[in-house]
Design a binder for this molecule. Structure first.
Ligand SMILES: *Cc1c(COP(=O)(O)O)cnc(C)c1O
Length: 414
């Protein structure tokens, strides 16, 4: 196989043979040579229905014409200026219009960079040192959040990365998801917590959905203790609906981080929130944050085109909801696991009931998942290769694709 050959070459010179850990499928990952709509083509000549979609950004599918044209138009005018450009204002205006609680916004180059900056900003604004996160929550790959982290870190069994000094880890505390009492206790006992950062819907371990009222209680408890609430909507922003989880659940956080979909498939991140807090960012204020590629015109062109397309096609969100429901309804009645879905995000857990937190998610039978995953791939459906990663549908998947996906769930589950 060509992929096998490529992986041998890669392993000699790239750690683990991959550029990001979750891609390291055993015995070797397939290499992708092209993508179009809801499908990708591998280096081995196989055509696959893609439910990974770059781990979330490609809500419109691969190589969407509208996005491609926006990128091409920008290419003609160059792709990096190092000066302000109107595109960044156009992006900020759209996100401020769409996402509750954002009065000012800054663009960066990845979701990791966005959460790193939002956390520093929260510390700078509150003059407190610690942050609180959810066990199994994933906020990118930097020191203060790679502690009990979800996504590939959990899949590979290293949720607490080596190389993070205890002195840094000490400043990150953890609380279980869907547990307002634990949140109240920890905030009441520790006055040095600047912010509570969470994925309002846990997208990197499932999805795991919030209990009724959980997010409302989170908002009330953080407010009562003068702790900033940061919604990490890197996955959920523009994925659940226009306005993300904040809109879906009617909760306004103090700060929000975004990424993935807002770059239309090109690298991006953004963080924003209340004016009073955001004005602490340099050069307006003393909290430093900077980036050579921040507000990159190419990413902004792709992102703005995506946001405009989504706003003009709201019916697609309803359509996606119907489609994940159709997949759920195709499950064999004998299936002993649990199917969780929210709009175009879905996942089958090899566990009797849908998990409510990290501890429960980790009780899933990952060996059974591995067998199911291989079966699905053999039948032409590429699912993210881990029990702890969400599956996605794009708006480009065809009715036939959905039937094939549903068929795979029907025939490959034990
Ligand atoms: C993907 C993700 C990140 C990290 O974004 P990158 O662009 O990979 O750095 C942060 N938070 C959440 C919730 C994510 O899903």
């Amino acid at each position: 196989m060509r992929s096998d050959e490529l992986f041998r070459r890669a392993q000699k010179i790239i750690p683990g043979g991959v550029s990001s850990p979750v891609r390291a499928i055993k015995p070797y990952p397939f290499y992708t040579v092209s993508g179009k709509g809801g499908r990708i083509k591998t280096a081995d000549g196989t055509d696959l229905i893609d439910c990974c979609l770059g781990y979330g950004p490609l809500i419109l599918g691969h190589a969407h014409e509208t996005i491609k044209n926006a990128i091409l138009e920008q290419l003609e005018n160059g792709w990096l200026y190092g000066t302000p450009a109107e595109q960044e204002i156009n992006m900020a205006e759209r996100i401020i219009r769409d996402q509750p609680g954002i009065e000012m916004l800054r663009c960066v180059s990845s979701g990791s960079e966005a959460t790193m900056a939002a956390i520093r900003l929260a510390r700078g604004y509150t003059a407190k040192k610690k942050i609180l996160k959810v066990e199994g929550g994933f906020h990118g790959a930097h020191d203060s959040v790679l502690i009990k982290a979800g996504s590939g870190a959990t899949t590979l069994g290293i949720p607490d990365s080596a190389g993070i000094p205890p002195g840094v880890a000490e400043f990150t505390r953890q609380v279980p998801y869907n547990d307002p009492e634990a949140l109240e206790q920890i905030l009441a006992a520790d006055p040095d917590i600047a912010a509570f950062i969470l994925e309002p819907v846990m997208g990197n371990i499932g999805p795991i959905l919030p209990d009724d009222n959980y997010l409302k209680e989170v908002r009330e408890i953080t407010k009562a203790h003068d702790v900033l609430l940061i919604f990490d909507e890197v996955i959920t922003g523009y994925r659940l609906c226009i306005g993300g989880a904040a809109k879906e659940y009617g909760i306004t956080p103090d700060l929000t981080t975004l990424g993935k979909i807002i770059g239309g498939g090109l690298p991006i991140g953004a963080f924003g929130g209340k004016r009073e807090i955001m004005e602490m960012i340099a050069p307006a204020g003393p909290v430093y944050q900077a980036g050579t590629f921040s507000g990159n015109p190419l990413s902004l062109a792709a992102g703005i085109a995506t946001i405009d397309y989504l706003n003009a096609h709201l019916e697609e969100y309803r359509h996606a909801e119907e489609r994940t429901r159709a997949i759920e309804e195709s499950l064999p009645s004998s299936a002993g696991g649990s199917f969780v879905r929210l709009n175009s995000i879905f996942k089958y857990f090899f566990r009797q009931n849908p998990p409510n937190n990290y501890k429960e998610a980790k009780e899933s039978d990952t060996d059974a998942f591995g067998r199911f995953w291989k079966g699905a791939l053999t039948k032409g459906v590429f699912l993210p290769p881990a029990q702890f990663e969400s599956n996605f549908l794009s708006f480009a998947h065809t009715d036939e694709d959905i039937e094939t996906i549903a068929g795979v769930y029907n025939s490959c589950l034990p």
